[in-house]
Design a protein around this ligand. Sequence first.
Ligand code: S6P
Ligand code: ZN
Length: 180
Amino acid sequence: MGKTEISLSSWAFTGEGVTESRRVLGDLKGVFADEAARAAMDQDQVVYEVQMHAAVPEGTPGGLFLGVSCLRPGDVAGEYFMTKGHFHARRETAEYYWGVAGEGALILMDENGDCRWEKVFPGSVHYIPGNVAHRLANTGTETLRVGACWPSDAGHDYATIAASGFTKRLFKGPNGPELR
Ligand code: S6P
Ligand code: ZN
């Protein structure tokens, strides 16, 4: 593996083994409570980008991946811009997140459907245990940047969330974010 570097201020990756993916509003059909409002917005608007460094192929037992999620500010009818969210395909695998820039929320849901959220800010550290679905929301006015480290054999189960969602959603309230 050749040279890979991260910016210590933004956690942007450069160099070998770095891949990038992007989700626009058009990729997020059915993700927000108000689907008609989402469908009426600019479908090419970027909601989030993920950069990751993969030193081993996806699925390799015992390896690790390192990434950064960059989530733009915005909302769909008062529901903050957020990631799709997922359980890991290997449910028992955990993950670390840490806040790099911006203000946000890490929304967590266990397999009983119990939801809670943790405030994400520069320097915040979040341990996501196994068997817990996770998604990020941007509750601020600038891009939320969050570092992540997870097992290379964790995989992603998006289907469970696509089918039944999270039991609660994070909306802009008069006094800040409200989980409803
Ligand atoms: C991977 C890790 C993150 C997310 C990213 C995008 O296990 O949790 O890198 O992939 O925040 O979210 P999502 O739900 O679209 O994969
Ligand atoms: Zn994950």
